[in-house]
Design a protein around this ligand. Sequence first.
Ligand code: ADP
Ligand code: MG
Length: 439
Amino acid sequence: MSSPTQGADTGSERGDTLLEIRDLKTYYTDGSLIGGEPPVRAVDGISLEIARGETLGLVGESGCGKSTLGRTLVGLESATDGTIAVDGTDITELSGSGLREWQQRIGMVFQDPQESLNDRQTIGEVINGPLETHDWKTPAKREERVFTLLDQVGLREEHFYRYPHQFSGGQRQRIGIARALALEPEFLILDEPVSALDVSVQARVINLLEQLQEELGLTYLFIAHDLSVIRHIADRVAVMYLGNLMEVGPTERVFDSPANPYTRSLLSAIPGSSTPAPDNLERITLRGTPPNPRHPPAGCPFATRCPGKIKPAEYEGLSDEAFDAIEAFRDVLRDRSRRETGLSSQLKRRLGIRGDGRSVEAIVGELFKNIDLSPKAQDVLDQATEAAELDPEEALATVNEEFNSVCDRESPAEHEVDETGRRSRCIRHRAEHASPGDT
Ligand code: ADP
Ligand code: MG
């Protein structure tokens, strides 16, 4: 949609879109490793637009790639693939002065105000940092700017000469915000800006952010794992899982009637939060933990844990418990075939096993204790169990061949799920499958 133009940062009225992300991937490769572990696919093909002046909330479990996405937008990580278009310029291609120009337009606030502030610098020096780095105007103007910023974030002039450790968490986060605003950016990445703060302090910092947004016409990417914060502050919300966006749309829509099984799981799991789970949602307990992002599933990223996973046609009659046990068994085999040290921690937890070296047979006995399988399924299970000790890969292949569903095989495309432009990725959105709500 955005055609290339010469003027990169005219700030012209090119519609509402500030930034357009297409198929963005950011992988971490630790080149030094002999034997070459595959890269960590922290961001694995994300497409997303951010509109001028909006607050886009980004949610998802720890490790799903939220910070990596933010850091890639700021240029702190380099994209492995894909584009980030801003006014027709792909900022993933920028370096040198082009990158510096972009970095003046975008600021970042980090989760931990303790860690992100250098304790040997005075507050004045901290906030002046980006101004100096970018050689902003004159030293006198810079100093003036720092005092303006202190005032804008609710700190006082005399704080200029103090050190970060003399401040509370909330005040330190105000300092972080002042620093992020120093170069008058139009766009802020707020990476869990209130997660480390007490609830009462959270509210004040959020108020400040809302007020600054209004005053300065800022656009926010607000990263949080606290859904009630997101519900309060975000215009739209993007739900991330294992480097992918599962659902994105207007906040109220997503919270009131989540379209994606992952969103439903996430919302239904809000523990004792002020945001009630939507009425129509049963509480869903997600099994296991997200897969290792070095080894993401081949089909749907959420397939290994999805409560709405489609059963293979042949096994539609199989009980959910049996299906869960098979999924758990597949986890064991995946784990073993990767030659990681013994059982995955999630399985240990599930089975209450402490030590290592449990035989696959014993694990299968445990998992399938009270479960009836069809003779055919039982046969495949027995075969796999026998093969597993010596050749877990072969065993996994056997189980996969028999029990793979369309969710294991095919990566779901984005579907527009309502008239607001809300998008969700789930095989069940396809006409030939029931909607995820029907499970
Ligand atoms: P989130 O912010 O959602 O918790 P991150 O973006 O920090 O997630 O991390 C996404 C994945 O990338 C995780 O598996 C994490 O361990 C991995 N990761 C993050 N930073 C690095 C790095 N510098 N090198 C290698 N892996 C990383
Ligand atoms: Mg993070």
